[in-house]
Design a protein around this ligand. Sequence first.
Ligand SMILES: [Mn+2]
Length: 328
Amino acid sequence: MQSTITAKSVVDFLGSEIVPNQKTDKVAILPIPFEATTTYRKGCENGPGAILEASQQLECYDDELEAEIGLIVGIYTHEAIADTRESQSVSLEEMLRVTTETVKSLADQGKFVIALGGEHGITAGVVEAYRQSSTEPFTVVQIDAHGDLRHEYEGSIYNHACVMRRVVEMGLPTVQIGIRSICKAEADLIRDQEMKVIWGREIARGSDWIQKAIASIPTKRVFLTIDLDGIDPSIIPGVGTPEPGGLSWYDLIAFLRQLFISQEVIGCDVMELAPVVDSVVSEFTAAKLVYKLVGYQALAKGWIQSAPPAEARGLPAPRFQVADQLKP
Ligand SMILES: [Mn+2]
């Protein structure tokens, strides 16, 4: 292990409920506590640790899917990589290299990898791993408040504000969801390239956007990147660049369930948690979200036998149903 990529022990995801088995577990959680280019609130290098700590408080039983997902699937937590905590220094290039190597190694072992950031620039390294190991095309589906389509920001092309531009340059199709903060150059790019975007304001209008989003994905296979600022800051205030008007919890899980069932999700990441002092709302919501990703993959892959249909659990959430009923 190289000196700048220090392996720090981390608590196992859901370690309060399950005993990991590196050999047989189907899911691998990969903590990447890397932070170098964040521009507003700092602290996302502490995101993975906070999510893992919060996961100790999760119920193993998923009431929507009616199964003890973690016990059935097995969840292995890898050691932290590209760790910049305690002022450790890791260059962007080294972070990308070790991220790609580690994700590719886990994916080649047949693991479903969920990477935890850390800043969103890490995603370029994660996606590169699937590019190298995947023979079939895939789309990058991004949940985010921001376009992240700048060519460069504050002198770096690997800044967290540029990560989707790097993905576009890889030649991968994208679908962006929850977007509500972009610069003019990004707006021009989206228009000129006819990029697929589901805007935050569309999501606020009702649940029709889910079908539209799924229909706009051009490939069966999908890599999913979640910048937690895509979700409403009322349930995840602990992000570096909060934006009002994000996805509600039920918007989010209704979409994710549909995405996992309709497409084939080959890997995912959950990025940019920057914990807030004296509040655990953000990290607990993020931990529950990670467990939902595991559950929906278990459902899609048939690792769990069956589950009640989404409609039986009130998904997708018809958010304006009550208001509509009140209409004359
Ligand atoms: Mn963002």
